[in-house]
Design a protein around this ligand. Sequence first.
Ligand SMILES: *[C@@H]1O[C@H](CO)[C@@H](O)[C@H](O)[C@H]1NC(C)=O
Ligand SMILES: *[C@@H]1O[C@H](CO)[C@@H](O)[C@H](O)[C@H]1NC(C)=O
Length: 777
Amino acid sequence: MNFFLLSSLLKFLPLLVLCDDLQVYIVYLREHGGYNTHQEIEDTHHSYLLSVKSTEEEARASLLYSYKNSINGFSALLSVDEAALLSKRDEVVSAFPSIPNKFSLQTTRSWKFLGLEGGLGDRRRHGKRRGGLLHEAKYGKDVTVGLLDSGIWPESRSFHDNGLGPVPKKWKGICQAGDYFNASHCNRKLIGARYYLKAYEASNGPLNVSNDYRSSRDKDGHGTHTASTVGGRSVKNVAALGGFAHGTATGGAPLVRLAMYKVCWPLGGKTLEDGDTCLEADMLAAIDDAIGDGVDILSISIGSDGPIGFSEDGISVGALHAIKRNIVVSCAAGNSGPTPATVSNTAPWIITVGASSIDRVFSSPVDLGNGMKIKVIRSFQITTYFILFHHSRCFFLLGVTISSSLNIQCLPGSLWPKKMKGKIVLCFRGQGTRIGKGAEVKRAGGAAMILGNSTPNGNEIVVDAHVLPVTGVVADEALKILSYIKSTKKPTAKLNAAETVLDDSNPAPFMAGFSSTGPSLLQPNILKPDITAPGLNILAAWSETSSPTKLVSDHRRVKYNFDSGTSMACPHVAAVAALVKAVHLTWSSAAIRSAIMTTATTKNSLGKEITAASGNIANSFNYGAGHVRPTKTSDPGLVYDASYTDYLLLLCDNGVGNADPKFKCPHFKVPRSTSNLNYPSLAISSLKGSTTVKRTVTNVGGSGKTVYFSKIDQPEGFNFKINPRILYFSHVGEKKSFTIKVQKGTGKNTIGEYFFGWYLWTDGIHVVRSPIAVSAA
Ligand SMILES: *[C@@H]1O[C@H](CO)[C@@H](O)[C@H](O)[C@H]1NC(C)=O
Ligand SMILES: *[C@@H]1O[C@H](CO)[C@@H](O)[C@H](O)[C@H]1NC(C)=O
């Protein structure tokens, strides 16, 4: 993942392109007071600008967006001093620079793996056993999912509208015309499309239309991929390049309506090969419109590379206003794992989604010249013998030892063509992109590449549409191949043709190595991420003007492509939320999240604990509540609900007291009030002595009269006590509260180290499970 590489570039961008030290700022104002017209709101925003700019003209020219539907605020070109002046005013919650966020770049099989059958096409074949959540939710037909992404390829078969009824009456969105995109590109499936680039152009200069469309059309592929993962129709006979993963492609909620809000554009005005950037001021405008348009769910596969305060993060601010309207917001956790404390999008009103594997692998064994067979995963075909090359320049000229020879990274320009011609080259993951290593081997005349995982990548084999035959091998096997190369003068190998295998002997899921992990740096008393969903090697629709590698030099075009990232996991959870919403129209976004989290599992297909890519056992900082189980989500038994007011209270505890004029923070500080948010998981950081937290559950089970018993698995070194231990319910909708007393034990608890456990409620039918993470001070 080039997550870090991108972010370091981004920091310099505003300096390079903006004159007069002006930057795009977001000035976030507290909630709209009365019932002002849009014109009145705009006038107010203008008066703010006038108070810091010298002329009327200057004030007008500096304004980019007035946020006026649900969010109150504006974005404008301001100097640091002007922003500071504005932030002193009472009505201003925060004034923060719009840092260019970037993509967390981070389907056939994934939905079957999750227990949701394929699309409508298979209805007859699966006759009896069909139904379940998809049926109950009518495949999501009256629910609208909005996506913030790189646009959409509207002609993709995944977005056809055959058989869909009229656009829902409450929909107020538009199909904004632009380059190669007009109103006729929307239909009863893709019901809305808008694009936002004012902040992008203010920071980067005019969009270079050779490199992207000035419209909602997707030149990248990412937005088409995520949109079809949420709600693509069932399309038969789909396969990736090379015929892999052949089958029927379908989104998780194949009848939902989709609305695309394009907010991501080529980084630094270059081509999409160099990456994307999505500016917060543009994203906030998109969320404000999406709320006004009437979306039910927002899927945002975009993340920042570090923690940003809840009131200074465009996604977080926008999402708070979305949940106030009961819109569920699903976001990617980020692709900076497995390094601890890298999780992004951690606001407690967002569902933060990590990425894990599915049970489909692409096997292409390697036979080494010494008779050793290496069982490996994935390649795009090759059958002839090649000489396995071992004279990599860095390898010999630097005279390094085995361990540091892992630096054979095949970075651009590093390979020596004279020695590479016709060879299979062993390269290791680490620095540089996977596809870039393949391109380097090809440039140097190599015939094929074996891409070895370095230790942090462990078992995670990412499928890419490489520009030459490539097979990926897990870290252990890569070391075996390396020692074989060193053991002989003429190493040889054969790469066998690859096959798609549904391998039930391999544990699935395991966490993707790139999936960002907790604790949340911003607020360690909220456990993040919340959940994990498939995000490794996901097949979905693609832009027909993007190559499968996104390299400009790659002229191949595909309609469906593999992609990997928490970006791919996020729309899976958005689709599940859409289905739950379709079944329970009145549930709050917190209740829907609770249903998704408390029904998740921490076990893999072998019935063992889910592991990290390294093979070690994973924990709640990797997967939150666990791996999503869609079929369980519509009947969770109990839910942990929370309201907009609860989130305002939490903001008080986090130093933001003026987000809503109708709400006043309490005068006294409630101890541990963040841990006390009625969240479906429990995080307590730096515990001194003991503390007691409170939770309230609402009975949403079918039979009103029921009894729930508690059970707890205490984190090592701590004592937990739930009171009461039994909850009696007499009717549906009834709420019952309980407390959890947490005490540092006398045994070992290494200071600062986190320990994990869980507690649950069960009535014998439902299991309502919550993960625990706790550390001592
Ligand atoms: C919209 O675009 C389509 C396809 O490019 C074209 O056929 C059609 O004439 C356009 N419609 C309008 C109203 O411009
Ligand atoms: C626009 O992009 C193209 C292709 O990357 C490049 O050749 C051209 O120089 C760019 N134009 C400007 C004005 O930067």
